[in-house]
Design a protein around this ligand. Structure first.
Ligand SMILES: C[S@@+](CC[C@H](N)C(=O)[O-])C[C@H]1O[C@@H](n2cnc3c(N)ncnc32)[C@H](O)[C@@H]1O
Length: 233
């Protein structure tokens, strides 16, 4: 399978926006909410800080961050799929929403000055960008000195049984379920994207090569998901 272009990825996420949250909940049995909360704990956002949620999609991470940085901090959610942002804008109650600004933007060419943010999160986004180096370099650039970044994404388990289970689930549960919504093609690319995604130690090396001072990868959910924690020295 040929990997989609940036334009293909943009139209995939625009198309799936109306059912994206519903499918995430049903296909992960709600677990994606837990994994996002775990990523938040690694991120350790503080009241008053400015955070960027990159590839924010329908905005879950931005919503979690906003509740931590409020009332003096702010969150900016950036995504290039406008239909995802349209969902995000109406997802949270006003007392959360008021701390979030949504922006259309490209994760590979951010419109922010260098050293602007205390922290950056990217959930299920790094695997989807066409140039992971460039995305990590941009994350590094916009972080303040001492800032931190957290990458949450799928991961290939080391354990053979978990790996078999993951492949079975993605191929035989996720894709057929998405097919019910007419979105088979859109979800069929998750597994190939995971195969091209650097795993654990390789993710750490990739981040270090992009300038980060420290990089630690934690496998969660039986190794089927991973959280990469980065700091800018
Ligand atoms: C799987 S979704 C994740 C959404 C959200 N972070 C979440 O965890 O539910 C991946 C998102 O990355 C966005 N994306 C992919 N490449 C991008 C790029 N170069 N710039 C901005 N957004 C991008 C897509 O539009 C999509 O909304």
């Amino acid at each position: 399978m040929q990997y989609p272009s940036a334009q293909d990825i943009n139209s995939i996420f625009n198309r799936i926006a109306p059912i994206y949250d519903q499918l995430n909940d049903s296909l992960s049995l709600g677990s994606h909410r837990l994994w996002k909360k775990m990523a938040l704990r690694f991120a350790e956002p503080w009241q008053g800080e400015l955070w960027l949620d990159l590839c924010c999609g329908s905005g879950d991470m931005a919503g979690l961050l906003a509740q931590k940085v409020a009332p003096t901090g702010r969150v900016i959610g950036v995504d290039f799929a406008e239909s995802q942002l349209a969902i995000a804008k109406h997802k949270f109650p006003a007392h959360v929403q008021q701390y979030i600004q949504w922006q259309v933007g490209d994760a590979l060419s951010l419109q922010f000055a260098s050293a602007s943010f205390d922290g950056v999160t990217i959930a299920y986004g790094l695997r989807n960008v066409v140039d992971m180096h460039q995305c990590l370099r941009e994350m590094y650039r916009v972080l303040k000195q001492g800032g931190r970044a957290v990458v949450l994404d799928f991961h290939l388990p080391d354990n053979y049984l978990w790996r078999q289970f993951q492949e079975f689930y993605l191929r035989n549960i996720v894709v057929p379920t998405a097919k019910l919504y007419g979105m088979e093609q859109e979800y069929a690319y998750i597994f190939p994207s995971l195969l091209r995604f650097p795993q654990g130690r390789a993710q750490e090396q990739l981040a270090l090569s992009c300038g980060f001072a420290s990089a630690m990868h934690y496998a969660i959910a039986g190794g089927m998901m991973g959280i990469l924690v980065l700091t800018k020295g």
